[in-house]
Design a binder for this molecule. Structure first.
Ligand SMILES: C[S@@+](CC[C@H](N)C(=O)[O-])C[C@H]1O[C@@H](n2cnc3c(N)ncnc32)[C@H](O)[C@@H]1O
Length: 229
């Protein structure tokens, strides 16, 4: 009998602090149809390492996107570069349906999708130094100070990601929350495995759904780019 809970169990999911806010969201008919009929790109959460060669045959670079939301950036960036494998992870079912629909529409054969907790995926499924990079666009802000521990950019996860991203690989982050940008800089600058800092918004990153709401509310956006030493 295994000592730790199985990854698909609720017990396992609560073994670490949750970084996402559970939210209800109506799954539209279109999304539901995609979830049922277009599930080919879905990879289920497991405790087995993903075999990158069989998942992305012939592709040298695989990037993960943590918290893709509705998949705006995922789709636009996958359309612009079909030779980079992409693993898009989110817990939000309507967004998963939306992304599956768009993957089918645009024939994005290099994109795989996981509906689940990215922390679990990172800990269980990603081989050491296998990733070309990580995209983290507008992670849940957790504005209250007592919730800051739920923010995904923490020393622990910066170290975990450093073990999974190969040397020379990147971590691109964006946020609309000023004190979260500061936290990102503090965590990453304190880490010996990452070098980088604030950059101008790169043209290759499209405006995401969440970002457009932030812009409408008058918040300014910070992009950060770090390289794995
Ligand atoms: C504020 S939204 C931003 C979504 C999208 N990147 C955008 O810019 O429109 C943050 C997203 O991250 C997801 N998320 C947060 N923590 C996560 C985790 N540990 N695993 C998977 N998804 C997570 C949430 O479900 C949510 O969809």
């Amino acid at each position: 009998m295994s000592e730790s809970p199985a990854p698909e169990t609720a017990e396992f999911h609560h073994a670490h602090i949750r970084t996402f806010k559970p939210r209800r969201g109506r799954v539209t008919q279109k999304q539901n149809a995609a979830l049922t009929n277009l599930s080919g790109p879905i990879i289920t959460v497991s405790d087995q390492l993903l075999d990158f060669q069989t998942t992305w045959p012939g592709l040298d670079d695989v990037v993960i996107e943590i918290g893709f939301g509705t998949g705006t950036a995922t789709v636009a960036m996958a359309m612009a570069d079909r030779t980079t494998g992409l693993l898009a992870i989110d817990v939000h079912t309507p967004g998963v349906g939306e992304l599956l629909h768009r993957i089918d529409e645009e024939d994005l054969t290099q994109v795989r999708v996981i509906e689940g907790d990215a922390v679990v995926v990172l800990k269980q499924m990603i081989p050491t130094e296998s990733l070309a990079g990580v995209r983290l666009y507008f992670p849940d802000p957790w504005p209250k100070a007592r919730h800051h521990k739920r923010r995904i950019v923490q020393p622990e996860y910066a170290t975990l990601l450093a073990t999974l991203v190969r040397p020379g690989g990147f971590w691109h982050l964006a946020t609309d929350i000023a004190d979260y940008a500061e936290q990102m800089i503090e965590v990453l600058d304190a880490s010996l495995e990452w070098v980088g800092g604030v950059i101008d918004r790169p043209t290759y990153r499209p405006v995401t759904k969440y970002e457009s709401i932030a812009l409408e509310a008058g918040r300014s956006i910070t992009d950060l780019l770090y390289t794995r030493v």
